[in-house]
Structure formats: C-alpha cells, structure tokens
Design a binder for this molecule. Structure first.
Ligand code: AMP
Ligand code: MG
Length: 370
C-alpha cells in the first residue's frame, strides 16, 4: 500500500479556525487536506494524525472492521482497548451510558486537552473498539488538525499512538513513517508535537476517580478540580500479581531496541555510576548510550551521550523522551544508561514511561564516600 504523507504548514494550521479575513483559506489548503483524510476514515481506512500529546493512528470508532485494522497495523494485542477521540461535548453523550458530575467538571477544566476519561459505554460503541470491555475511553484533543479530522471523519475517531506495538510512541510524522509506511494510506504531518507523552487517563466510571496512567495533567491538577483521586496501585506495585487496571499498561512498552537501565540515587553518585558503567561497557566493545540532561551531558566521557532536556523545565524532558529513544535505535545502541527523574508533577509521567521502557531495570548508585 502506498502511504501518502500530507504536510500542513504553520499557515494551514493557523487558518484552521475557519478562514479569518486576513488569512483566507485557499482551496488546496487546510480544509481540502482534512476532507481527503476524513473520506478515508468514513470509508473504513486508517489515517495517522498529530495531537498535542503524540501522533495517533485513527479509524472510525463506530466501525468494527475499521477498529480491527488498527490492531493489525500496530500488531497490538486485541485486549488492549482504544481511546475514542471526539471534537465536542454533545458527542460525549452519544457514546457513554452516563456522564458523572466529576467528569463534567474535568471536561470543563481540561478539554480540549491531554486528559482521557473512562466511562460506561453506550451500545453505539462496538466491543472491537473497547477490547471487549463495557467501558469506553474518551478524549477531546487540543490540536486543530486532530479536531478537524474528527469532524470530517464522522465525529468519533478511535486512535492509539501511531507506533508499532512495543516501540516508543511517535512524536513526529517521520517516527510514524518509520513504523507505518506501506501499512496505512495516509499520514498527516503537523510537525513535532508539543507535549510528547500520552494523555493522563482517569477512570470516572466507579465511585472513586482513579488515575490509570499518569501524564501531563498531574494528580494534583485533577484533585484541584474534583477533590480526592486515587492512583492505580498496579502502576507502582513491586508485586507483579497487582496488575494495572488499564490493559495497555501491563505490556512492556515504549521500549528502545537496546537494553535501557535507569540509575537512581543522589545526583552526583548517579553521574559517577553512569560514567563507571558506560566505561565498562565501552571497554567490552559494546555500543553504549547515555541519557543525561542539559546540566550533565557534557560530563559523560564514554559512549553516545544525549541530553533529554533540562531539569529546570521537565516539560522539555517529556517532549524529547521518545525521540531520544528512537535515535538510539537508529544508531544500533545495545545498552543505554539513563539518569532518573523525581516523581512529583510531570516527573511522575516521565518516570512511568522510562520504567516501562527499561522493563523496570533500575540500579541504585552506591553512596559516595565523604
Ligand atoms: P494508547 O492510545 O496507545 O496510548 O493506549 C490507550 C490506553 O488506554 C491503553 O493503556 C489502554 O489500556 C487504555 N484504555 C483504553 N480504554 C480503556 C478502558 N475502557 N478501560 C481502561 N483502560 C483503557
Ligand atoms: Mg500507545
């Protein structure tokens, strides 16, 4: 299958609001491109598109055959449900059995945005889309191309991240092409995404709201909007028998091809330990990588060293995380040592993704003398 890559310029994206007088939309531009992509969705095909979090692989969420194609293209296990993307609040009522008050508050606060909520589903949503569950995950993304595509495609777009299952999520159209070229008819290229890690998932279908996947919207932000919220114990449990409630969170995921190992501990001890380990690996002839930050990367003498962002602004770390893991793949790096990040705020989402990419392989740097 030939994959058409459709580029959107900044002017296209700015014009998306409907053609302001000073920026009239020309025929070949935003609406035309979106209409062509929407037609593919309506005919049951797949289109990859940018959102503010990561690139998604979209299909008509109400068409079971179309949803099945997503699992096929990604090689995704069929028990891992898809998130349904909508573009307006009226459509939420059509695919859910009920919308609890707390969900309305969260939607008012964070939609459109990087928040997914789990609801009881309505009969309109096929089980193929929900991985056999009676609940449905719903998000309204904050991106003009995504919102335009959802409207043009019939209003309900099922979309997981547009990577091959198990690989790092795509944050550019080039990443999508690496995984999906030849497998899907169209990729919409809106440039690099803004956030870089997947949405926060909050289950609002039970009595107590619960975070099933940490993301850009932190637990503190959710609590400020609706009061107490739990964190799925399966996310942090050392005990493998305590499984995460979001089916997708149990898989090793986001992983680079090389073995990733996180080094935890006091800042300077971590640096010294990474230098020791990378020196040892290089001496053995291994192609070794190091993940540092703007503050530290210049101090690592061995291996391929990359900065993932600055500790002064952890959002930069979220934005570069998956891209850095993919770069190590391209350079055939066999073993990667990474600094760790602390858990409050968005650091929790960053560590959650790094731990999964590392298959929970963490070393504690020995305390330094004196
Ligand atoms: P992705 O879109 O690839 O980031 O994956 C979607 C995530 O949402 C996966 O971790 C799924 O397990 C989770 N998810 C989707 N629907 C549900 C649901 N009904 N209940 C719990 N988790 C869900
Ligand atoms: Mg994914």
């Amino acid at each position: 299958m030939e994959t058409v890559i459709v580029k959107f310029s900044d002017i296209d994206i700015r014009n998306s609001a409907g053609g302001k007088e000073d920026h009239p939309i020309d025929a070949g531009s935003f609406q035309g491109k979106i209409a062509a992509a929407g037609k593919i969705l309506k005919e049951g095909g797949l289109v990859a598109f940018p959102t503010e979090t990561v690139y998604g692989l979209g299909a008509d969420a109400l068409n079971p055959q179309a949803s099945r194609k997503i699992y096929e293209a990604k090689g995704r296990p069929s028990d891992n449900p898809l998130i349904v993307h909508i573009s307006n609040m009226e459509d939420l009522g059509k695919i859910t059995a009920k919308v609890p008050e707390q969900a309305k508050k969260l939607a008012a606060e964070f939609w459109p945005g990087p928040l997914t909520m789990i609801f009881e589903k309505s009969p309109l949503v096929p089980l193929e889309t929900t991985g056999g569950l009676q609940t449905v995950a719903v998000r309204m993304p904050d991106h003009p191309i995504a919102l335009g595509l959802i409207q043009a495609g019939g209003g309900f777009v099922a979309a997981p991240s547009a990577n091959t299952s198990g690989r790092p999520s795509p944050t550019t159209a080039e990443h999508v092409a690496q995984d999906m070229e030849g497998r899907i008819p169209m990729i919409l290229d809106g440039g690099p995404v803004g956030i870089g890690i997947e949405s926060t998932i909050v289950d609002v279908s039970g009595d107590m709201p619960m975070i099933l996947r940490p993301g850009y919207i932190t637990k503190e932000m959710v609590q400020e909007a609706i009061g107490p919220v739990a964190l799925d114990p399966g996310l942090t449990a050392e005990n493998e028998a305590v499984r995460p409630k979001a089916p997708g969170m149990k898989y090793k995921h986001y992983a680079p091809k090389g073995q990733l190992i996180l080094v935890d501990g006091e800042r300077e001890a971590v640096q010294a330990e990474i230098i020791r380990l990378s020196k040892e690996a290089a001496a053995k002839g291994q192609n070794v990588g190091v993940i540092g930050t703007d503050e530290t990367w210049g101090s690592y003498p061995y291996g391929i060293v990359k900065s993932i962002g600055t500790r002064e602004d952890e959002e930069t770390i979220a934005r570069h995380l998956y891209g850095v893991l993919r770069e190590f793949d391209e350079q055939d790096v066999e073993i990667i040592y990474s600094e760790s990040f602390s858990a409050p705020g968005i650091g929790q989402a960053i560590m959650n993704r790094l731990l999964k990419a590392a298959g929970h392989h963490v070393l504690t740097a020995p305390k330094r003398e004196g």
